[in-house]
Design a protein around this ligand. Structure first.
Ligand code: FE2
Length: 309
C-alpha cells in the first residue's frame, strides 16, 4: 500500500495542572525525551524512536484535557490540497504559521463536529532517534528509561457528532473505518476506529454528550512483555491505573490505561491487527461490548465511559 496523503498522528497538545510535575512524569515515568521549551512555557517531548522533533506538547492550565490533535501529511502540496478540500467540504480552516510550534512548519487547523481541534502539517525538523542513519544499533539507552514507548500512536476522542467527524476523516482525509461498536438500534455507531495507514487505528471516537473531550492518548510499546514492564513501573511510581494489563477485543491490542498527574488518561499499547482499506469494518454489538473493549474482563469498568478530560 502506498503511503500518501495523511501519514500518521504527529502531535497532541495537552493541558496539565502542574507543569514541572508533569515534565517529570512524562520524562521519568513514561520515558519520553524532552526536546524543547518555548516562550509560552510549553514543553515538547518525543518518544525515543521518533525522528521528528516533537509528538507531545504540554502546557500548564486550570483544567486538564486536549488542545489539539495533529496529523502529518506527506508534502506541502498535500497540505495545500487538503486545506482546499476541507474548505470545499464546508469545513472552516485556519492557518497557523510555521514556527508557532517549535521546529514545526505551517499548520492547517480546523474544528470537527465532535468539538475537537484537528491540525495537519507537512514539515517538522528531523532530530533523529539518537542513532546514525548509517549502520545504526537496535536501540539506545533512552529505550530503557521509564516505560519508553517507541512512538506516539493514536488518540481516542469523546464528543457528540462522531458521524459528522467520520465524514470529514473518510471523505476528505482518506481514512477508513477499521472497527465499530453499534448501538442496540443496529445502525447508530457508539464508537469508531479509523486508520489512515495499515495500523489498527490512528484515531478513534466515542459518541458522548460533551464536546471536545479526551479519553486517552496512546503510546506504542514493542511487546506484551514491555506492557507488563510498564505496569510494574506504574506500580513502582504509584501511577493511578485505570485498567490492565489486558487485551482489547477491538484491534486485539494489549493495553494498560492509566492517568497522568493531572488526570489525563494515557495508554501503553502493543500489537493490534493490521488494517487495509479494502477490508470491511469489524462490527461489535452492545451485547458483547465488554469483550470488545476489555477482552479478558468481558465487561466495561465504571470509568471507561465516564472519566474524560
Ligand atoms: Fe487506544
Amino acid at each position: 500500500m502506498a503511503m500518501t496523503g495523511v501519514l500518521r498522528p504527529g502531535h497532541a497538545q495537552m493541558r496539565v495542572l502542574d507543569l514541572e510535575e508533569s515534565v517529570k512524569f512524562y520524562s521519568d515515568v513514561v520515558g519520553l525525551v524532552e526536546t524543547g521549551r518555548d516562550k509560552q512555557g510549553r514543553v515538547y517531548f518525543k518518544a525515543w524512536d521518533e525522528r521528528d522533533h516533537n509528538s507531545l506538547i504540554i502546557r500548564q492550565a486550570d483544567k486538564p484535557g486536549l488542545d489539539f490533535f495533529a496529523f502529518k501529511v506527506d508534502s506541502k502540496a498535500t497540505l495545500e490540497k487538503l486545506d482546499a478540500d476541507l474548505i470545499a467540504f464546508g469545513v472552516k480552516t485556519e492557518r497557523i504559521p510555521a514556527g508557532e510550534l517549535l521546529e514545526t512548519g505551517e499548520r492547517v487547523r480546523f474544528p470537527i463536529p465532535t468539538g475537537h481541534v484537528i491540525e495537519l502539517y507537512a514539515e517538522k525538523t528531523d532530530v533523529g532517534n539518537g542513532q546514525p542513519y548509517v549502520n545504526p544499533e537496535a536501540w539506545i539507552p533512552a529505550a530503557e528509561h521509564g516505560i519508553a514507548p517507541t512512538r506516539f500512536d493514536h488518540g481516542l476522542l469523546y464528543g457528540p457528532d462522531i458521524d459528522g467527524a467520520r465524514e470529514i476523516f473518510e471523505k476528505v482525509l482518506g481514512f477508513y473505518v477499521v472497527e465499530r461498536i453499534v448501538l442496540e438500534d443496529g445502525k447508530t455507531d457508539l464508537a469508531i476506529w479509523l486508520s489512515c495507514s495499515i495500523k489498527a487505528h490512528d484515531i478513534a471516537m466515542v459518541r458522548h454528550p460533551e464536546p471536545g473531550k479526551l479519553h486517552h492518548v496512546s503510546f506504542l510499546l514493542e511487546s506484551w512483555e514491555k506492557v507488563l514492564r510498564a505496569a510494574d513501573l506504574m506500580s513502582i511510581n504509584r501511577v493511578k491505573i485505570d485498567i490492565g494489563p489486558t487485551r482489547h477485543g477491538v484491534t486485539r491490542g494489549t493495553t494498560i490505561y492509566a492517568f497522568d498527574p493531572s488526570g489525563n488518561r494515557f495508554e501503553t499499547f502493543c500489537g493490534g491487527t493490521s488494517g487495509y482499506p479494502d477490508q470491511q469494518p469489524i462490527k461489535w454489538t452492545m451485547e458483547d461490548v465488554g469483550r470488545g473493549i476489555f477482552y479478558h474482563d468481558r465487561a466495561l469498568n465504571d470509568t471507561f465511559l465516564s472519566v474524560v478530560t
